[in-house]
Structures are given as C-alpha cells and as structure tokens.
Design a protein around this ligand. Structure first.
Ligand code: GLA
Length: 711
C-alpha cells in the first residue's frame, strides 16, 4: 500500500500501542507504558529486530499481527483452513490500514483464496485494556472451512519468561500454575464446551519475578464460553509469542460464500505488578462489559440449595425465608428442585413448569411470603439441559446435541439441548418468559452443569454455536424483562468470561463455600473479574464440599469479599450466631455502595498461608482489608501486614471491623493496641511499616476498617 501510514500509535491513560507497518503485514512494535517521545518512522524502521542469522530461511519470517505459514513462520499460524479442490494455502497481504480515535483497523486480503481478514485493535483510554477483534470474510463462491483462526497473536518481550494460567476442578476453581515459556509450544486447550473448571481463559505472561507490586506482566483474557486454546512458545530465533482463539472440531466452522465470521474478542493489558493489571481489567469490565444493574448496590442473597437441597415444601421454605429475613437477606433464591419430576438429579430437567405435587398452588404462596418480608425472589434454571427422564426428552429426543448412531455419555444424568436450534431456543424462551412474567422474578440463577461431549447436530460438530445461542437467549429474556438479573453458574464457577458477562452480572464463584478453599478460589477469580460480581455465601459450619468445620467469623469475612449472601439453614442458628451474622450483614449494607466500584488490592504477605486483600474506596476515603490465615504459621506471630491503595498523606482511623476479638484474644499475651483502642495513622505508614496483626489461630481471619479522619 503506497500511501498507508508506516506506523500507527494509540495512547491510553498510562499505555501506548505502536503498530509498525514496514513488513508485509503490520506488527505490534510496542504495547506497554505510555510513550512520551514523538516517534519518527525511521526510528521504528531501525528498531525492527532485523538481524538475520545463518541456517534459517533466506528471508526472516516476522511475527506480525497475522503470522502465516506461507511466509515461513514456524510458530502457530493465525489461520488454518481450506477450500476443497483448490490451493489450500493462504497468503494474505495488506490491503488497508486506518486509524480512527482509539482503533486501528487492518484489512488483509488473499485474492487467490478469496478471503478478507479484518483486525481491529482498540485501546480503551480509561482502563488501558487493549481489545483485538478479528473477522474473516469468504469472498468466494464455495464454502471456506476453518480449522483454526486465532483471535490474536502477540509478540512477547524477550525478557518475558513465564506463563501463568488458571486451572482447577469442581469445587476448586482458578488456581494458578506458572510455567516457563521455552522451546516447544505450551498449549492450554479447553475442550469442555464451556468456559470450564479445568482451564480458565485467563493467562498472565510475565517476567520471572512477578508479585503484587513488581514485575512486568501481560494479562490476557478470551471472551468466550466454549472451547479454546492459549498457546505460548519461544521460537528458535528467541522470539516468543502468545496466541489465543476458539478451538474447533474438524468441519465445525464453515464460512458460506459471502459470509463473515467473527472470532471471540481477546482482551489484554500490560502493566507493573499483578495489582495494576487486575485493576485495569476490573475497570474495563465495569465500564464496558457488565450489565448496568451491576453498578447498583448488590442485594444480599439467601439461597435454598445447601439448606434444603431437593427436599422442598412450602412450609419449610417459608420458615427458611423467615430466618433468612431475620439475618438481613434481601433476595430469596429457590434453587434446584421446584419443577416437574425433579425430586433428585435423575429427572426433570427440561420440564420447566412448577411441580404441583410439591407446590399444589404453584409458587404464588412462597413468592407472596418472600415479598411480605420486602425481599426479592429468584429462581434456579438450567435451561441448556435435559434429563432423558423428562417429558421434554420423551417428546423431542432430536433436540439434544449428539452424533447419529453414537451414544452420548451422560453427565449428572443429563444431556445438552442444541440451543442454536430455533425451536429449542423458542421453547426455552417461552418457558422462562412465562414464569418470569407470572411471578415477577427478579433474578435467575442460570446453571450449566456438564461438559459438552459429542456436541453435534447429528452430523456436524456444533459446540461453537452453543455459547452464542445461549448469549442470544439470555439477551432475548433481558430485553423482554429489563429488570431481570441473571447469574452465571456452572457447577460453581465453570462459566465466567467476558462473553457471558455481557448478559449476566453475577457469577456463582464455586460450589465450595468452605471459607479456606474459597479464599484461594476468590483470589484467582478477582485477579481478572471485579469482586462485586463474585457471589460469596456464608455456609454451614461443616462445609458440605470439604467436611471441614470453620468459625462463623472466618466464613463471614471471606463472604464479605464478594456479593455477600447466605447458603445455610438459618433456622438452626442459635442466638449468638444470628447476632454475629447480623453484624456482618449490617457491615455489608453499610459499605456496599462504595464497595461496588472500589479499587481491589491483593496484599503482599509474609507467608503463603496468609492471604490478604482489600477494597479501597475510589477517593481513598475508606477501605476494608481482610487477612485470612489458612493454617498454623511456622513463626509465633504474623507480624506487620503492609496495606495497599491508601492515600499516603491521609490520616486514617484504623479499627477491627470483625467482631472476633474473643476468638483472637486467648492466643495473644498482648494484643496490638489498635485491636481494642482508637488508632489513627497515615496511609503511608500503614503501607510501608504495615499494621501489626494479632496472633491468629489457624483458619481465622481479621477484617480491618480504615476511614479517613474528618477534616
Ligand atoms: C450446581 C450449582 C449449585 C446448585 C446445584 C443444583 O451444582 O453450582 O449451586 O444450584 O447445581 O442442582
């Protein structure tokens, strides 16, 4: 292109992006700290890493925005596809590059393959999160078959040596694993058909020493609730890259003549220390992804699941509602078990009508009772699923995702409906819509409890159609009921990503509400997603998933890190427990308005058993920090805990917001005075010297409140 710019520059608040346009296809020359100098084309041209070694191809294969095998690039190419009966290899060249405000749009074309590729690179000027949008258009007269189309490929700076990804299982989501980026491709592949417990679409590429405050890091997130792959590799020329995109089965993605396919968006930011990148992702999600209702103070939930499981009846539910109201719940959620035939998990999914054998007068009496306490009403659905033992399946076995002649393995006794079929999505819309309208349902807990296996329409794979169809169904419902809130649940936290979060604004973080397990799960969750959307419930003393018993204060303090709620049988609590819970409920209510858009900090601690995090009000007037001790410390005392995010010059009143002094005192010959007396201190000293923690018994927690001295 003769008159296209030789470089494009985007500036955010603290980041800049430089795209250089010297090679055949533009390349990312810089993404990171905001640049202050003015840049001449010749500078970028000369800084292009042009040294060429012997024993390679005669021309260097550059790591462009769209690396392709045809240019001799040996890493993972941006596109693998084919057209039958013709040349299978693509070779794109630049046809246009233009910049408007915060976006650079690059158009590549391949005349021979009759394809056009568009890449939009947008830097959000508030949050410094970069978004890459990629689409491929088929200009030919026959189908184009795609096996792999990356949402984005990014070069990594030479000194980035590590890749941290999040993995887990049911009941233990978002646990980090760090591996070196070396020769040989590290390919984190998720084939679970949902965002999944096993591999979250959240990756951190970084320098070797990365912690809360230091080290350079690039956070990447793929906005997609289906199959995907994250690839990192250091090539033999020393260049490293990271690439992400949706994973496809053979024959799954066919672009019809004239049609265009858009990849899931890839989001990334590059900053210093984990906290900075985390905060940028939170800001981006709040301003660009999450539904508007998430910006309002969040109500306190009481959920029936761990209190009653499938053992439902009007009378017990009403008494549960009464007890929940007494401890301050504001929304009662009737979980699984209310619909036809659903007495356990072997039957009923798909038959979304109230079971008259359990609720002879429908849900009206219960809903009325809930509302009589001034509470909202929420209901559990698992729309994408069907039990073979259901009326729906008996009528429409052909509605499930399957391959002809092969038996689909069951999971939790259920199969998956093909929501991309119009008849299926209409059926689901009508069922849910009727109930939402009849009972004026405020909130849906939208569950999804199995992996997709053999996800076909009988002949062709369909897994990649499913997430889009589910998003569309959710959007249709919220359009019909603008006040309806939807939570994304998937056996706990197996569906959390910016794709589904555009339609849902709360996530059931994990089925594990043991506060100790939950602490690390929540740390992982909040690395990428804002804590106010993180459903966090106080559970029973004996956690159902781990069998561990924990103190009520620990359970409440951990739940206060997210959207506070209860998932226990409040009817069996004694007076003391009720009073304790009431205290933490009032605390949440008092602070939730500013917590909703607080700046989130994970704290550097002196021991891996101590996990600390804090939320600081935007104007730094107020903050809440929680410090959880998972087990016995090797040393006799936890020492001083450095806080984060306070204004160094401001003087703060510091106090113990958790009312567990009686729990702590017996372990302290002397308590730090601030635990019991008025204490005022500058933010600077709290962040440098740190706040002396009391001796804490294993599995305890403290909640620290800081509020700026009145002027
Ligand atoms: C999943 C959810 C739980 C609960 C059950 C009901 O496991 O994660 O919270 O709703 O389903 O069957």
């Amino acid at each position: 292109m003769s008159n296209s710019p030789t470089h494009c520059r985007l500036d955010g608040r603290t980041s800049s992006v430089l795209l250089s346009n010297h090679g055949a296809i533009p390349a990312l020359a810089w993404f990171g700290n905001r640049l202050v100098s003015s840049i001449a084309d010749s500078m970028l041209e000369n800084l292009d890493d042009a040294a060429h070694a012997f024993a390679n191809l005669d021309a260097r294969a550059a790591l462009s925005l769209f690396p392709q095998a045809a240019s001799g690039y040996m890493g993972s190419p941006a596109l693998v596809g084919r057209r039958y009966n013709t040349n299978h290899t693509t070779h794109f060249t630049l046809s246009d590059i233009e910049q408007s405000a915060q976006t650079v749009t690059v158009t590549l074309s391949d005349e021979q393959s009759r394809l056009t590729l568009t890449k939009q690179v947008t830097l959000d000027s508030n949050s410094d999160v970069l978004t890459i949008r990629t689409s491929l258009k088929n200009n030919g007269t026959d189908d184009y078959h795609v096996d792999w189309l990356a949402s984005g490929t990014l070069p990594l700076p030479n000194h980035f040596t590590n890749c941290t990804s999040q993995h887990g299982r049911w009941g233990l989501e978002t646990q980090s694993i760090t591996r070196p980026i070396g020769p040989g491709r590290l390919d984190v592949q998720n084939w679970h058909g949902r965002t999944g417990h096993e591999h979250a679409p959240n990756v951190i590429c970084s320098t070797e020493h990365l912690c809360e405050d230091h080290g350079e890091a690039m956070f990447l997130h793929l906005a997609w609730s289906g199959n995907y792959s994250f690839r990192t590799e250091r090539l033999n020329d020393g260049n490293a890259y990271v690439q992400a995109g949706m994973l496809l089965r053979p024959g799954e993605l066919v672009i019809a003549p004239g049609a265009e396919f858009s990849c899931p968006e890839l989001h990334l930011t590059k900053g210093h220390g984990l906290n900075e990148c985390t905060q940028r992702f939170h800001q981006y999600a709040r301003e660009n992804i999450l539904p508007a209702w998430t910006r309002k103070p969040r109500p306190i939930h009481a959920n029936s699941w761990e209190a009653m499981y499938f053992d439902l009846n009007d009378e017990d539910l009403k008494s549960l509602v009464d007890a929940a109201a007494t401890i301050g719940a504001e929304r009662f959620v009737l979980d699984d078990g209310w619909f036809i035939g659903r007495r356990d998990d072997t039957a009923g999914l798909g038959d979304w009508q109230v079971d008259q054998t359990v609720f002879p007068n429908g849900l009206e009496p219960l809903v009325k009772h809930v509302r009589s306490h001034g509470m909202q009403f929420g209901l559990w659905f698992e729309p994408e699923m069907v039990n073979p033992n259901s009326n729906l399946y008996r009528e429409h076995p052909e509605w499930t995702l399957h391959f002809d002649q092969i038996e689909t393995p069951l999971a939790r006794n259920q199969l998956v409906l093909d929501v991309s079929r119009e008849d299926v999505s209409n059926y689901l819309f009508n069922c849910i819509n009727d109930l939402v309208a009849e009972y004026k349902i405020d909130y849906i807990k939208w569950d999804m409890n199995r992996d997709l296996v053999l996800a076909g329409d009988g002949v062709f794979p369909r897994a990649s159609e499913q997430p889009k169809a589910v998003y569309a169904l959710m959007q249709r419902l919220t359009k019909a009921h603008p006040n309806l809130e939807i939570e994304s649940c998937s056996s706990g936290g197996a569906r959390c990503d910016f794709g589904v979060l555009k339609c849902t604004g709360r996530v059931w973080t994990s089925d594990n509400i043991d506060p100790l397990a939950r602490t690390t799960i929540q740390q992982g969750f909040a690395r990428f997603f804002p804590p106010e959307i993180m459903g966090a419930h106080v559970g029973h003393m004996h956690a159902h998933l781990t069998g561990r018993s924990t103190n009520l204060h620990t359970r409440a303090i951990v739940a206060l890190q997210g959207q506070f709620g209860f998932e226990l049988d409040a009817r069996v609590l004694d007076e003391q427990e009720m009073a304790t819970l009431h205290h933490y409920t009032m605390l949440y209510k008092k602070h939730r308005a500013w917590l909703n858009d607080a700046t989130y900090w994970q704290l550097p601690t002196s021991d891996t058993l101590l996990i600390g995090s804090g939320q600081v009000e935007q104007s730094q007037h107020e903050a809440l920090f929680s410090i959880v001790l998972l087990d016995s410390l090797r040393h006799t005392r936890p020492g001083c805990q450095r806080l984060r995010g306070l204004n160094p010059e401001t003087r703060y009143w510091v106090s113990l917001a958790s009312i567990n002094i009686d729990q702590l005192a017996p372990f302290n010959r002397t308590l730090p005075p601030w635990c019991t007396e008025d204490f005022i201190c500058t933010g600077e000293l709290l962040m440098t010297i740190g706040l002396p923690l009391p001796v804490m018994p294993p599995q305890s927690a403290v909640l620290v409140h800081c509020v700026a001295e009145a002027n």
